[in-house]
Design a protein around this ligand. Structure first.
Ligand SMILES: O=C(O)CCC(=O)C(=O)O
Ligand SMILES: [Fe+2]
Length: 305
């Protein structure tokens, strides 16, 4: 199995409307990718490599600062949005059965005026908007690909970028490390599937592994200029398992490799109040609101140590 590369030109961010015929083949390609692999690379989305690099560079400056300074931005210290802020090394375990992940992260989840406008947030605010625009385009084609009302997913994503919606731009920093000093079972990012509707991922270098339907992990290549999009758990539930949310992880670097790794993940979440019911009317899963589902999933990855 390989992750397909699909040309998103017809819905490129610089374009207004797509031609129906061209949309038809794009939606078929997306449906095949999302129902069989769960992941797809989009090329010609409109988001440029320079934009990605700018956010990664300003993020790196933030992460290289002394711990004392970063602590001032700690996650859970922003009253408007408890998810906003810095996540320190080993604070999070995406696979709760393993030790804490060897990564740092900064969640950009709120743009409230009283949130300190650091350099990082300044660059990430415009990137957040670009990712929002792209996500809405992807969600629309996804609905079309399942022969649903094209607005069915969009109607539940009206408040991205406000405190009524949990969508987060997460900048991830995996510092250099010696694999032989890691704890037993410890990795850079534990095996997990994402929580929300879809995730956009921009990798600075290779390292991500994706689980196939046969249960083996394959390495996702790093293809500059593309965006890797995956289906997340709530979308799988919403589509009664027609689209699949698959597990993925980032292992330790090979022995002797002391490079840093960076990535940007844009986790798209439905609005807190949006009620997610199986779109085929099957009621295979009970309805749940976007907000309740997210709170439940967060409690698992930051749970008891
Ligand atoms: O860093 C990566 O490439 C993946 C990170 C990831 O899967 C996540 O944070 O959910
Ligand atoms: Fe993930």
């Amino acid at each position: 199995m390989i992750i397909p590369v699909v040309d998103f030109s017809v819905c490129n961010l610089s374009k207004k409307d797509a031609d129906d015929e061209e949309l038809q083949s794009l939606s078929e390609e997306l449906k095949t990718a999302f129902s069989q692999v769960g992941f797809v690379f989009l090329k010609n989305s409109g988001i440029l490599q320079e934009e990605v690099e700018r956010v990664m560079e300003s993020s790196k400056k933030f992460f290289l600062q002394p711990e004392e300074l970063k602590k001032r931005f700690k996650r859970k210290s922003f009253p408007n949005n408890p998810n906003h802020g810095w996540v320190s090394m080993e604070a999070e375990r995406l696979n709760p059965s393993q030790p804490g992940d060897l990564k740092e992260a900064f969640n950009v989840a709120s743009f409230h005026p009283d949130i300190v406008m650091s350099h990082l947030i300044f660059h990430s605010a415009s990137f957040f908007q670009r990712c929002k625009d792209l996500s809405l385009r992807v969600l629309k084609v996804m609905a079309q690909s399942l022969s649903l009302n094209p607005d069915v997913f969009l109607n539940a994503h009206r408040f991205i970028g406000t405190d009524e919606n949990g969508t987060t731009l997460r900048t991830l920093y995996y510092p250099p490390l010696r694999s032989d000093t890691a704890k037993e079972g410890q990795v850079r990012c534990g095996e997990h599937s994402d929580y929300g509707s879809i995730t956009l991922l921009f990798q600075g270098s290779e390292g991500l592994q994706v689980c196939t339907r046969a249960g083996e992990f394959i390495s996702a290549p790093c293809i500059p200029g593309t965006v890797l999009v995956n289906v997340a758990d709530l979308m799988q539930r919403w589509t009664s398992d027609q689209l699949i949310s698959v597990r993925h992880r980032v292992l330790l670097p090979p022995v002797g490799d002391s490079s840093t790794r960076q990535s940007l993940a844009y986790f798209v979440q439905p609005d807190n109040e949006a009620l997610i019911t199986c779109c085929d009317g099957s009621n295979k899963y009970p309805p749940v609101t976007g907000g309740d589902y997210l709170v439940q999933r967060f409690s698992e990855s930051y749970g008891k140590k």
